[in-house]
Write a protein that binds this ligand. Structure first.
Ligand code: CP
Ligand code: NVA
Length: 327
């Protein structure tokens, strides 16, 4: 049932999941209640466009520094727009602006930014860099993608899955492709929330065992099934949704040729979609490379869910900012 804007304020104010001033570096550090709270607030923000309701404007505008070592469309624009909708301000720092760890030590960047801004979002090559930022900052740090994990993507993915979930049946998600940052975040988020996830990755490109083990432990508590399959056909069988991501992530460009060869049998194409449950939909975090990990046809046929996923980055990240920074 929809809640009023006043009830939404109370929900954020109460902070029953303990989000205030917390980092969001890895989903492995979060409780199920924290993940669920982001989703709950996001749903209310999305409904009736409450996301830019004047009652939710910050009376004392907050500022977010966005440190990006890699390119971005979705993450940058959804964070900047979230801050604008709440009448706060985002400061975008492009890869060459700061020279994180090169011009200046990560520790000094974290300490200095903490004297000006209310929070830091960072997109980094090495996960240890965002961990270091969190260690040395005195303001909350949000992982805007690292080589290991993409937690803010997973919030939007789960919201989309919940919106399109079949009535009355536990959700089953399949993933085909690289065992990368996006899959790591999905493994934790899905297992925490009772969503089953079967993944097929080529030998040598499986997810990090620590993520798989954690996910299997959470799944034992929530009743989800977390499984690595030998083939994409096995993974998609009876799935309600099929997810894929690029074969070559940012920072792996030199491996592109070899990856294109290895991943070819893992492509999300029309034939693979027919093996999923009737009415199954496709998901992709984007950017997508048509003709590589996903065909033009699947991309076009499932544009609606894939763009909904992108839209949900805005609602979930706005919810996260409200919960971390308060009202
Ligand atoms: N999905 C995602 O994070 O997109 P960007 O790289 O464009 O931010
Ligand atoms: N796995 C991809 C995700 C991009 C949003 C990458 O890291 O480049």
């Amino acid at each position: 049932m929809a809640i009023s804007v006043e009830e939404l304020r109370q929900l954020v104010e109460e902070d029953s999941a303990g989000w205030r001033k917390q980092n969001c570096v890895s989903l492995r550090d979060l409780t199920a209640a924290q993940i669920e709270m982001v989703l709950q607030v996001a749903k209310e923000l999305k409904r009736h466009d409450l996301g830019r309701h004047p009652s939710l404007f910050w009376r004392y505008p907050r500022t977010l520094a966005m440190l990006f070592q890699k390119p971005s469309l979705r993450t940058r624009v959804s964070f900047e727009t979230s801050m604008a909708h709440l009448q706060g301000h985002a400061v975008y720092l492009a890869p060459d602006d700061v020279g994180l760890g090169i011009r200046e030590a990560v520790e000094d960047v974290a300490g200095t930014l903490s004297r000006w801004v209310d929070s830091i979002a960072a997109r980094v090559y090495h996960h240890t860099t965002v961990q270091q930022l969190a260690q040395h900052a005195t303001v909350p740090v949000i992982n805007a993608l690292s080589d290991l994990e993409h937690p803010v993507q997973a919030f939007a993915d789960i919201l989309t899955l919940q919106e399109y979930a079949p009535a009355g049946a536990p959700m089953r998600l399949a993933y085909t492709g690289d065992g990368n940052n996006v899959l790591h975040a999905l493994l934790i988020a899905c297992s925490r929330l009772g969503i089953s996830l079967r993944a097929a990755c080529p030998p040598g490109y499986e997810p990090n065992p620590a993520y798989l083990e954690d996910a299997q432990q959470y799944a034992a508590q929530t009743g989800a099934e977390i499984l690595l399959c030998a083939t994409p056909q096995e993974a998609v069988k009876d799935a309600h949704a099929v997810y894929t991501d690029v074969w070559t992530s940012m920072g792996q460009e030199e491996e592109k040729q070899e990856r294109n060869r290895t991943f070819a049998p893992y492509q999300l194409n029309e034939q693979l979609m027919t093996m999923a449950a009737p009415g199954a939909f496709a998901l992709h975090c984007m950017p997508a490379h048509r003709g590589e990990e996903i065909t033009e046809g699947v991309m076009n046929a499932h544009k609606h869910t894939i763009l909904e996923q992108a839209e949900n980055r805005l609602h979930t990240q706005k919810a996260l900012l409200m919960l971390i920074l308060g009202l």
